[in-house]
Design a protein around this ligand. Structure first.
Ligand code: KG4
Ligand code: ZN
Length: 340
């Protein structure tokens, strides 16, 4: 029996990163991401500017991904692309490009759900990373998403909790903005939190029923707290920045861990996989490790380059759908609010 060579080219353009990746039989050959620096000046992603930058970047990024992989367009088995959820203008660029290329090469087109991809990134073939067994719980935490998903098999997933307002990454970024930190503030808060006292200031956790999350109240509480302190001492932020960062991070992690505890209790599942940019946070990583000892959890953290927005995670979904012959029609459309 001759083994099959499956080459997937994957495109991701749901938010502000233009990304392309080439995968061979489940292994990543290249994973290229062009970050859009332009948004830093605005303190957040500006959708109109993101679409324009995608249009500018997409061909060079795909070209680089193919060259780095040492693969010709003619060798490709299929083109996978992010159909949603995300910003419509951004999604349109990747979707239209993928459709045209698949049409031109006369090969299958495969649509991918970005949220499923964050979860299935755990199945990219990487020697040092263990794959979670089904069923497992996935917590996707980033600047755009906060979800807990019960994953029964590759394509049987159920969202059992999600944010009703801001995403957890926004809680970091908006708190950072109040403190005068640059965008995105998550990594800086993480760095400073290591130097501060997490119990210096107490912020009340939101009361949200079940497995849903809310972060907008925390942001307001931090704003009022800082305004009050600065009124009494104009140098408060500079003098206590590390303690404030440590306290904010401690509160956010507490919110995430409380919901994970509830989710494991409700489902009886103790395998927990995380994904999304916030999973880089050293505090959440430590809290998950602690959960292994305290609650008998087994936790899974993917390789960092597969956890922030990237096309390798789109490629693994493309690969799995290719094996099933689950292709998209050329009339497929981007969907900003695509559900799992
Ligand atoms: O997955 P990602 O790169 O993009 C999307 O939002 O989809 O996630 C970016 C988010 C930002 O909110 C950023 O502040 C946060 O991840 N982030 C962190 C850390 N690194 C990135 N938040 C807390 N601690 C970190 N070390
Ligand atoms: Zn994402």
């Amino acid at each position: 029996m001759t083994s099959q060579n499956i080459y997937i080219l994957a495109i991701e353009s749901s938010c502000d990163d233009t990304a392309a990746s080439v995968m061979h039989n489940g292994k990543i050959l290249s994973n290229i991401v062009a970050n859009q620096k332009i948004h830093e000046a605005y303190g957040g992603v500006v959708p109109e500017l993101a679409s324009r930058a995608h249009q500018q970047n997409i061909v060079p990024v795909v070209d680089q991904a193919l060259k780095k992989a040492g693969v010709n367009k003619e060798q490709l088995s299929a083109i996978a692309f992010t159909r949603g959820p995300g910003l419509m203008g951004s999604l349109l660029v990747g979707t239209s490009f993928a459709k045209s290329l698949a049409y031109g090469l006369n090969i299958p087109l495969i649509d991918v759900n970005h949220m499923q991809a964050h979860i299935l990134a755990h199945f990219i073939d990487e020697a040092d990373f263990k794959k979670p067994p089904f069923p497992f719980l996935a917590m996707t935490i980033s600047g755009g998403h906060t979800q807990i998903v019960k994953v029964n098999s590759y394509f049987d997933m159920e969202v059992i909790g999600e944010t009703i307002d801001d995403a957890v990454g926004e809680a970091f970024d908006k708190s950072g903005k109040i403190l005068g930190l640059g965008y995105p503030a998550g990594p800086e808060i993480d760095r400073r939190a290591k130097l501060g006292n997490p119990k210096a200031y107490a912020f009340t956790k939101p009361k949200v029923d079940g497995l849903n999350f809310s972060f907008s109240g925390l942001k307001t509480a931090i704003l009022y707290f800082i305004q009050k302190q600065v009124k009494a001492n104009p140098n408060f932020i500079e003098a206590h920045l590390d303690d404030v960062c440590a306290s904010i991070q401690y509160t956010i992690i507490g919110i995430l861990i409380d919901k994970l505890k509830l989710a494991t209790k409700q489902t009886g599942i103790k395998h927990i996989a995380i994904g999304g940019g916030v999973s880089a946070n050293s505090g959440i990583r430590q809290a998950l490790k602690d959960g292994e000892h305290k609650f008998g959890w087994t936790t899974y953290v993917p390789k960092f380059e597969y956890t922030t927005d990237n096309a390798a995670m789109i490629a693994i979904v493309g690969h799995l759908k290719y094996l099933e012959g689950n292709y998209a029609d050329q009339s497929v459309m981007a969907s900003a609010r695509l559900k799992i």
